[in-house]
Design a protein. Structure first.
Length: 235
């Protein structure tokens, strides 16, 4: 369904994804199609071990370049009390999960002082803690030209408490009342890669790309078979 000029809204449960040419972005002179994709993950109920089994492929209509992307992390934006080195490791482990599943390389390029967000591509693939849409845990912004990602950001919402849960295990073994950095980062990096949100029903609740997450939840750190199957193929 198209609404307005060049904007398409897709509703999955109560999650809304926005695709379209963002304000302030300029269509290149070569006529390349340019989009900004904004994807949210929302808080769900109490954490419970997932029961879903549907591993159908759900790929987006865009993909990473074959060479992948290099990202930078604003570690100074991490909440007080979190070890910055461990925060970086949690995010890097999330990227490694997608790399191991066959996605083009997501590579850590060191720190940055930039903040993720805004609607204008700035040449840096930034991951930071900061603002996220109301009611969402985190947001991924992906800039796409002619079906291929050329820049991406991720903002982990500072309206939530966070933990890296380095010694934790199990589906719901994280710290009470806190979101797990690696758990949420793995989901948002899935949007960079081009994996779609799953439908918001129990058949898909075992997957990293399920559109809800819970306090204490850890299982999204590890991809389900359907998540890996949802990585778009290279041409």
């Amino acid at each position: 369904m198209f609404i307005g000029s060049g904007m398409r809204y897709i509703t999955l449960g109560s999650m809304v994804a926005l695709l379209g040419a963002a304000a302030g972005l300029v269509i290149p002179e070569d006529g390349a199609e340019l989009h900004t994709i904004v994807e949210y993950i929302r808080p769900g109920g109490s954490c419970a071990s997932p029961t879903g089994t549907n591993d159908i492929s759900l790929a987006e209509a865009y993909r990473l370049p074959a060479a992948g992307l290099t990202y930078r992390i604003n570690l100074d934006s991490a909440p007080k009390g979190l070890d910055k080195t461990v925060v970086a490791s949690a995010i890097n482990n999330a990227a490694a999960a997608w790399n191991s599943a066959g996605a083009p390389a997501l590579s850590y390029g060191g720190v940055t002082s930039k903040k993720a967000g805004g609607r204008v591509a700035d040449g840096v693939n930034t991951i930071s803690f900061g603002s996220a849409p109301q009611g969402s845990i985190a947001v991924a912004l992906v800039w796409v030209r002619n079906g291929e990602v050329f820049e991406a950001d991720m903002s982990l919402g500072n309206g939530f408490k966070w933990d890296t849960n380095g010694a934790a295990s199990g589906d719901c073994g994280g710290a009470a009342g806190k979101m797990d950095v690696g758990n949420i980062a793995a989901h948002e990096l899935g949007h960079w890669v081009g994996a779609q949100h799953t439908p918001a029903d129990a058949a898909y609740n075992h997957r990293t790309m399920y559109p809800y997450a819970s306090y204490q939840e850890l299982y999204k750190r590890s991809l389900a078979a359907g998540d890996g199957a949802s990585i778009p193929a290279q041409p």
